[in-house]
Write a protein that binds this ligand. Structure first.
Ligand SMILES: Cc1ncc(COP(=O)(O)O)c(C=O)c1O
Length: 452
């Protein structure tokens, strides 16, 4: 065996507690661990966890299921149409590894960073967003999820209403509910959130926060229309409310998209917008670096909550981000992802039109990583999702995307987390099988194929 293999084996045994290594002396068998103590009685926790909150206006509930659906790995052999991140073959693995290794050797890399983030990284985020945004308004945060949590906790007290698009990202609804907030849905159409309904919702609820995704909205893929951008900001301003802009997939624009609208934050001199953008979607779920951007006194509130909750983003990761986005591999990677997502989207839409025309596909987005299908009336989402899994494809049901009763059944199909277009076609064929297996369906269609 090579010395490297031996030292890796020893490191693993040491980590498992089976050997101890003494520098200069060798590796020795560790003392056996004492027997585990008898399992205690944890039933008291049921009472403790339910006892508080009696005085809460809106009971807090922590439910991670909407988030886990896009994070959990599917069982072996199952095609992952429910993933929320790029498949490893689309991730810039080499560039991230090189960036991390260079970052680890930068002077001071393991020291304490400034609490708001490294100045050069704040500067980079500010340049990316554009408009009046400067580095002083940027806080470096640990992924979009954490930035949204900070924003909602900072902007709305427990019990307060918060306006959300309908449908919207279940992870954000989970954040709101865990903070004791009351999500109030405002419908989205092909042009984004509907201004007249937004104005009504502000009036009816007195909410001080709207959370929206103006670009390639999750799940509909809608882009806020140019004439609505100013209107949404004006309506929020008149209501004395903040707009939390979750700009989560700007970097996953498809090759055939036209020029992208600027972030709302770039056209907001009055500090209405609290902007969130994250690098995870274009890199890897583990590359947890994002920015929370604001202007005015609210910045201090956001900064305080971020420091209290998480201190700061690990400096090596911030340094690695600077290495990554400054390397020639970064623009190359973004171009490659842009081309791959376009061909995956085309493969999925073509396969759906061929094999599964029944669900409506009202909008084909030119960015992001998924399609949003409306199921025919009377189709049970949960039965279809379960049948799909039996047929070997994991899909995301639409229900968790609605904070109130949904108008119809939906499915979200992701094309980023699979290995390639072959898997996309096979996944859609499996979905056809699942559809035919639903109670009341006529049975197998010609050409549909059951996986072995
Ligand atoms: C709309 C939206 N915002 C934010 C996030 C959070 O992503 P992350 O914390 O990895 O940046 C997600 C993840 O799926 C999302 O879909």
């Amino acid at each position: 065996m090579s010395p490297v293999t031996v030292s890796r084996a020893l490191a693993q045994l040491a980590a498992e507690g089976l050997v101890v290594t003494r520098p200069g002396a060798g590796a020795f068998r560790a003392q056996p661990r004492p027997q585990a103590a008898a399992a205690g009685d944890t039933s008291w926790q049921e009472v403790a966890l339910s006892a508080d909150g009696a005085a809460d206006v809106v009971p807090r509930s922590v439910d991670a299921s909407g988030v886990l659906v896009s994070l959990a790995a599917p069982p072996p052999g199952v095609i992952e149409f429910n993933g929320g991140y790029l498949h490893p073959c689309l991730q810039p693995e080499r560039a991230m590894a090189a960036a991390l290794s260079r970052a680890g050797r930068r002077p001071g890399a393991w020291g304490r960073p400034p609490m708001e983030g490294l100045p050069e990284l704040r500067e980079w985020f500010a340049r990316q967003i554009g408009g009046p945004v400067t580095a002083a308004g940027v806080l470096v945060t640990s992924g979009g999820q954490s930035a949204l949590t900070t924003a909602l906790r900072a902007l709305a007290p427990p019990g307060a209403p918060v306006l959300v698009e309908s449908p919207t990202y279940p992870g954000m609804l989970a954040i709101a509910r865990a903070a004791g907030l009351r999500p109030v849905p405002v419908p989205v159409d092909a042009d984004g959130v509907r201004p007249a309904l937004l104005a009504d919702a502000f009036k009816a609820t007195g909410a001080r926060v709207l959370v929206c995704q103006p670009l390639f909205q999750n799940p509909t893929g809608a882009v806020l229309a140019p004439e609505r951008r100013g209107e949404v900001l004006r309506i929020a301003r008149e209501a004395g409310a903040f707009v939390v802009e979750d700009d989560f997939v700007r970097r996953l624009v498809h090759e055939d998209a036209g020029p992208l609208p600027r972030p709302l934050a770039a056209d907001d001199p009055d500090g209405v917008v609290v902007h969130v953008c994250s690098l995870t979607k274009a890199t890897s779920p583990s590359f947890r670096v994002s920015a929370l951007v604001a202007h005015g006194p609210v910045l201090e509130r956001l900064r305080a909550i971020q420091v209290v909750d998480t201190f700061f983003v690990p400096r090596p990761l911030q340094e690695a981000t600077l290495e990554l986005v400054g390397s020639p591999a970064w623009p190359r990677h973004l171009r490659a992802v842009s081309a791959a997502l376009r061909s995956r989207r085309e493969a999925m839409t073509a396969a759906l039109r061929l094999h599964l025309p029944e669900p409506a596909l009202p909008h084909v987005p030119s960015g992001g990583y998924h399609l949003w299908l409306r199921l025919p009336d009377g189709t049970s989402e949960s039965a279809l999702t379960a049948a799909a899994l039996r047929a070997g494809v994991a899909v995301t049901p639409g229900r968790p995307y609605f904070s109130a009763e949904p108008p119809a059944g939906h499915l979200r199909l992701s094309f980023a987390a699979v290995a390639g277009t072959g898997e996309i076609e096979e996944g859609v064929r499996r979905l056809r099988t699942a559809f035919d297996d639903l109670p009341g369906r006529p049975g197998q269609r010609a050409g549909a194929h059951r996986p072995g």
